[in-house]
Unconditional design. Structure first.
Length: 397
């Protein structure tokens, strides 16, 4: 049996090439918390180190430090450290980590060669944040070795649970202050931001285009919201195994929206049908984020994105209910003339199908679409432009 239905009438491709090299191995603790990491708990402190697969910033794992007792008798050192060689004194480096911890408490970045360079950070909210220590001029080291560490109970911090992920130490090629082109190790973007901002987490830029201009490091973080932007990345290449990364801030829902807003006025046509005039052809229409079905006969219920049920048990009148939502041709139909068998009541619909598009499943395992050339309301047949069908089809009787 030949089937048909009649309709009345974005592709978004993003390619991110694969920046500066991260000098910290196993930065996301994906290979285990003890692989390439030196975990520290000195001077009577009690801490449990473990891997977390739930409280993560990126990937599948993070380091958890559950500090129950902070020792006394001198400065405490609890955290994770590395010994790095090959760093260059007087050069600029970015040291950063994604950290989640008790609000109001502090942690610090520490880099030590012949001298010590540190930055204390106060946790401002309960979610993961990427914190950065930009070392404008690295102090020298006589033996060429540096200790880099993230420390969580270095003075009188109280006990608590901390999470660490995505450790990065990298050389920053260009000098300059935040907000200058090509100077930032990480850049934050928000639909509520401004491109005149400096790209920090508290002053994000608005567009990916601006973020790519500011970025000298490897990561652009996208904050909550819907992004509607046409952009082309230039000079945005990384190295094999060290990709440029565009990622959502942990816990933020980010949407790339490739639609165009319908800003023309809608007016009531009849019943619950509204109409508007557009200046261009469209292929998809979304309402509140859900793609609508095309106006068609026979009609279908639900949204086109509804999950397909088991093939043998589709929901009645759903998009997948072919027997219930396709018209069926009579045996005396011919190529160019479609005669409805009456089961769905084309004539009874009272609609004039002239100028509509008929979707015709009339070939051997092939479906085509052709304009309806003529149809008289009340009749169960219509003609269509047969030149739109494949002349080499075995037309099914």
């Amino acid at each position: 049996m030949r089937n048909f239905y009649i309709i009345f009438f974005l592709i978004l491709i993003i390619t991110f090439p694969i920046g500066a090299q991260n000098l910290i191995p196993n930065p996301g603790f994906e290979e285990g918390i003890y692989i390439d990491h030196d975990l520290m708990a000195f001077n009577g402190s009690e801490v449990v180190f473990s891997g977390s697969d739930t409280e993560v910033f990126q990937g599948d794992s993070a380091l958890m430090l559950d500090i129950s007792v902070v020792g006394t008798g001198g400065p405490q050192v609890i955290g994770v450290r590395h010994t790095i060689t090959g760093l260059e004194a007087s050069k600029k480096y970015s040291f950063r980590a994604a950290v989640k911890g008790p609000v109001g408490q502090q942690f610090r970045f520490r880099v030590a060669g012949d001298g010590k360079q540190t930055k204390n950070i106060t946790i401002s909210n309960s979610e993961y944040q990427v914190y950065e220590y930009v070392i404008d001029a690295l102090l020298p080291s006589a033996d060429g070795e540096y200790t880099v560490a993230v420390e969580f109970a270095f003075t009188d911090n109280v006990a608590g649970t901390w999470y660490v992920d995505s450790l990065v130490l990298e050389f920053v090629e260009d000098g300059g202050s935040g907000g200058d082109p090509g100077t930032l190790s990480v850049v934050y973007v928000s639909p509520e931001g401004l491109d005149t901002n400096d790209g920090s987490i508290n002053m994000p830029v608005k567009t990916l285009s601006m973020a790519s201009e500011l970025l000298a490091g490897d990561t652009i973080f996208l904050m909550e919201g819907s992004y509607h932007e046409e952009f082309v990345f230039t000079n945005f290449t990384g190295q094999t195994g060290v990709p440029k990364v565009i990622t959502a801030v942990h816990g933020h829902e980010v949407i790339f929206d490739g639609t165009i807003p319908v800003e023309s006025l809608w007016e009531l046509y009849e019943g619950q049908i509204y109409k508007t005039t557009l200046s261009e052809d469209i292929w998809q229409l979304f309402v509140n984020g859900e793609m609508l079905n095309l106006c068609r006969w026979p009609n279908v219920d639900g949204f086109i994105e509804d999950e397909q049920p088991e093939a043998m048990d589709p929901l009645p009148l759903s998009l997948w209910d072919q027997s219930g939502t396709w018209g069926h041709s009579a045996s005396n139909s011919t190529n160019g003339l479609m005669i409805d068998d009456g089961a769905k009541g084309l004539g009874a619909s009272g609609l004039d199908m002239t100028g509509a598009i008929a979707v015709l499943n009339v070939g051997s395992f092939k479906t085509s679409a052709a304009p309806v050339a003529s149809h008289i309301p009340g009749q169960d047949q219509f003609t269509y432009d047969s030149s739109y069908t494949d002349p080499n089809l075995s037309w099914q009787k």
